[in-house]
Write a protein that binds this ligand. Structure first.
Ligand SMILES: *Cc1c(COP(=O)(O)O)cnc(C)c1O
Length: 219
């Protein structure tokens, strides 16, 4: 547990002040997440609503919670109660469901659009050229606030392919920002994981999502 706390501290010291660390918590015990918060982590990212339920019950609001997995429509109702941001909106239908549930709950949910920046067939996320259209749709939804983009990058993790995917996502980000859509504040660019966060920051990321670099490799 001490290693987790120390890894978190070291990363936070290393990251520029304007880059937000999201601790990618999937598969880790509540005690491990607590150890990361003891290293001053402010935000935990969760991939599964059910797994998050346990963690959020235990840790509560001492940290903020980002949803970073693939969100199914039937989990939206619970997700909007649990999370402070949903980073992975990749369809108009999902955005509309978040809007509908937030309207009922009297909330506005900050979201990011997930971009399939490596154009991989089985990955979630919209194709880069579909992002502007989805941003326009979200801009009409009063209970959803588009705050930026998120991407995973290529599964290979190959550095040149990562750089290309991050640069592409950055260009889509700039393109949407230029449109100055109502109800849209392009502030967050969430890219980069343990092996790629430095490249992601070079490409303009201001959110990095780190799992293995904090918890070590999962057994
Ligand atoms: C697991 C995961 C991460 C972190 O990956 P690491 O390689 O463990 O740093 C980041 N983003 C998402 C969406 C993840 O599922």
């Amino acid at each position: 547990m001490e290693a987790i706390t120390e890894n978190t501290r070291r990363l936070l010291r290393e990251l520029p002040a304007d880059v937000l660390l999201v601790v990618a918590g999937k598969g880790h015990a509540v005690e491990e997440l607590v150890a990361a918060t003891e290293g001053c982590a402010q935000v935990i990212g969760e991939n599964y609503v059910q797994e998050a339920e346990r963690a959020i019950t235990a840790l509560g609001q001492r940290v903020r919670w980002h949803f970073i997995g693939h969100l199914q429509k039937n989990k939206v109702k619970r997700a909007i109660e649990l999370f402070d941001m949903i980073e992975t909106v990749d369809s108009a239908e999902l955005a509309a469901e978040i809007d509908r549930r937030c309207a009922q709950a009297g909330k506005i949910m900050p979201v990011l659009i997930e971009i399939n920046s490596a154009r991989e067939p089985k990955k979630s996320g919209v194709m880069p050229e579909e992002a502007v259209e989805l941003a326009r749709v979200i801009s009409t939804l009063p209970h959803v606030r588009l705050m930026g983009l998120m991407t995973m990058g290529p599964a290979s993790g190959e550095p040149a392919a990562c750089s290309a995917a991050f640069a592409l996502t950055r260009s889509v980000f700039d393109q949407i920002a230029t449109l100055k859509l109502t109800n849209v504040e392009m502030k967050c660019l969430s890219m980069g994981m343990t092996d790629s966060y430095k490249q992601a920051m070079e490409a303009g990321a201001n959110i990095v999502r780190i799992g293995r670099g904090i918890f070590g490799v999962r057994p």
